[in-house]
Design a protein around this ligand. Structure first.
Ligand SMILES: NC(=O)c1ccc[n+]([C@@H]2O[C@H](COP(=O)([O-])OP(=O)(O)OC[C@H]3O[C@@H](n4cnc5c(N)ncnc54)[C@H](O)[C@@H]3O)[C@@H](O)[C@H]2O)c1
Length: 251
């Protein structure tokens, strides 16, 4: 799973899982474009401390021109784009389906769904002439479990899953593979802030009860699958969904 010489854009790379994926890809030799609405300084210094190479790009993935500029910056800095990890998303808060404001619904769809589409559109023209590319779209295990009180987010992640399948077929013959990752409930600060402390504790215990592997999922549990999907080891895999959740949902 050597990624030496490869260039990877990771969106939502300022913190949480995006930071973890960036570090993991860098440790395998990829040069990283860490893209986020927030500053990626911490991610960049962790990559550099590990001997890797990375730049930060400020981007709102919901804005098409921003994502085009992100791809241009990647090419001007590193000359190519081999890997895109569509990880940026709004996680929102747990709330009853009829209490979600229209503004929040629209913003979650704009970032999680349109943002994924925008980033794909921005990088595919670069990957196409290279004859090869790896796109990893981050969905969520909530699409299997149908997590209640999370309608906006679960709907958006269902769209990411569907988009992946359709795009993978549309890119037949290009050498560009598109796959989905569905992480389980993973201990990041954002995931632990979805509701009040007591509700989160109940949620954690319910999820642990479902899992075959009886411990809470950590960011590092996902990085091996991301590196695999970014590498040549997965060249014959496209349009697929990888569920990494300690056996909580059996997909
Ligand atoms: N943590 C979990 O339990 C879990 C489970 C399943 C799926 N996921 C998915 O994993 C990904 C990362 O989750 P996380 O827990 O690290 O959350 P997080 O909130 O820490 O990370 C999301 C990142 O996306 C960035 N972002 C938000 N809006 C953006 C925009 N418009 N443009 C660019 N960047 C933007 C944020 O600034 C943040 O750095 C998300 O796609 C999330 O839906 C997380």
């Amino acid at each position: 799973m050597d990624l030496d010489g490869r260039v990877a854009i990771v969106t939502g790379a300022a913190r949480g899982l995006g930071q973890e994926y960036s570090l993991a890809l860098a440790r395998h030799g990829a040069r990283i474009v860490a893209a986020d609405v927030l500053a990626c300084d911490e991610t960049l210094s962790r990559i550099k401390a590990a001997g890797g190479s990375a730049i930060g790009v400020t981007v709102d993935v919901a804005d098409r021109r921003n994502t085009e500029a992100m791809a241009e910056r990647a090419v001007s800095q590193f000359g190519r784009i081999d890997i895109l990890v569509n990880n940026a998303a709004l996680l929102g808060r747990l709330v009853s389906f009829d209490q979600i404001s229209e503004d929040e619904w629209d913003r979650i769809m704009a970032v999680n769904v349109k943002g994924t589409w925008n980033c794909c559109k921005a990088v595919i023209p670069i990957m196409r002439p290279q004859g090869k590319g790896k796109i990893i779209n981050v969905s969520s295990g909530t699409i299997w479990s149908g997590t209640p009180h999370y309608l906006h987010y679960v709907t958006s992640k269902g769209a990411v899953f569907a988009l992946t399948r359709s795009l993978a077929r549309e890119l037949s013959g290009t050498g560009i593979n598109v796959n989905t990752l569905t992480p389980g409930y993973t201990m990041t600060p954002a995931a632990l802030s979805l509701a009040d402390r007591e509700s989160i504790e109940t949620l954690k215990q319910n999820i642990l009860g479902q899992q075959i592997i009886k411990r809470s999922e950590q960011p590092g549990d996902l990085s091996g699958t991301v590196v695999f999907l970014a590498s040549d080891a997965s060249d014959f895999i496209t349009g697929q969904t990888f569920n990494v959740d300690g056996g909580g949902n059996l997909h």
